[in-house]
Design a protein around this ligand. Structure first.
Ligand code: IPD
Ligand code: CA
Ligand code: CA
Length: 276
């Protein structure tokens, strides 16, 4: 018997519920982090410069509990506990409960909660909350990006000469030759200014908001990039690896920019380092 080809209806994503859930989770975890800064916290050492605090663990639990309460079948990839997969689901929440732990432990107020969502392998939602400044960055694919409810956009800076750039260094900086110091030196003499804030997720938000013109880093993890990549994309920015290929959050290398200075950044990143 001939079967008629009826197209399978495309199930609309519950975008508003997903966003609202991520926002509430981010705000709750952010409030918890502030509470720990007031009350104090225990610190453990993953290596001499890679710290984790009880606040990291508590914030992670808080985010997962909240999201799981609304979406019990969804999967999670979270920095401190790794992959949590109760069922096969097209939804994967990618969470950094405290991005900027070193800053946090020193009372330097540059840290945030970062919550990204992949649907069928594509990052579609990003929520990043900076509790110290009460700044909430939210983005959903094709619906733009907001900072505290107002649309934001990348900068229009055209040249490296006029750019404020930012970067970061991984925790194995003492062990690996791929430590980013070579790139740092090259950009230091090409850019108008260069910063290292200590929170990759906020660095991405600041590119989206036009506060930075470009950001690069090596050896990042998916939870550093998931939410921020949607935020930069929706703000009109460009995201690639060092060879110019579209960003994969599983690929460690990241270049994020306003688009205008992207090729110039790639050129610098691919220059041979002068021999010592
Ligand atoms: C770190 C921060 C830092 C970056 C490191 C990350 P954590 O994350 O984002 O800016 O340079 O590569 O590991 O450990 O504070 O969540
Ligand atoms: Ca991080
Ligand atoms: Ca972290």
């Amino acid at each position: 018997m001939l079967q008629s080809r009826v197209p399978i209806p495309h199930e609309p994503l519950p975008e508003d519920a997903l966003l609202e859930t991520a926002i509430t989770a981010g705000r709750k975890a952010g409030a918890l982090l502030l509470q720990y800064t007031a009350d104090g916290f225990r610190i453990e050492y993953k290596n001499p410069i890679n710290l984790v605090t009880e606040a990291d663990h508590a914030a992670e639990q808080c985010v997962i509990d909240h999201i799981r309460g609304r979406f019990p079948s969804h999967r999670f990839l979270a920095e401190e506990r790794g992959s949590v997969e109760p069922t096969p689901s097209p939804y994967l929440w990618i969470i950094d409960p405290l991005d900027g732990t070193t800053n946090f432990t020193h009372g330097y107020p540059a840290y945030c909660v970062s919550i990204g969502l992949e649907y069928k392998g594509r990052c579609i939602l990003g929520v990043i909350y900076d509790p110290s400044r009460n700044e909430l960055f939210t983005a959903i694919e094709q619906r733009g990006v907001q900072l505290n409810g107002r649309s934001i956009h990348v900068s229009e800076t055209m040249t490296l000469d006029n750019s404020l750039l930012v970067t970061g260094f991984a925790y194995d900086i003492r062990e690996t030759p791929r430590n980013n110091l070579d790139h740092f030196c090259k950009f230091a003499v090409k850019a108008q200014g260069l910063r290292r804030t200590g929170s990759a997720a906020l660095d991405l938000c600041y590119v989206a908001a036009g506060r930075f013109d470009g950001f690069w880093e090596v050896r990042l993890n998916p939870w550093d990039m998931a939410a921020g990549s949607v935020i930069v994309r929706e703000a009109g920015g460009r995201l690639t690896d060092f060879s110019g290929k579209d960003l994969s959050i599983y690929g460690q290398e990241l270049v994020a920019s306003n688009g205008q200075i992207h090729e110039a950044m790639l050129t610098v990143l691919n220059q041979e380092s002068p021999q010592a």
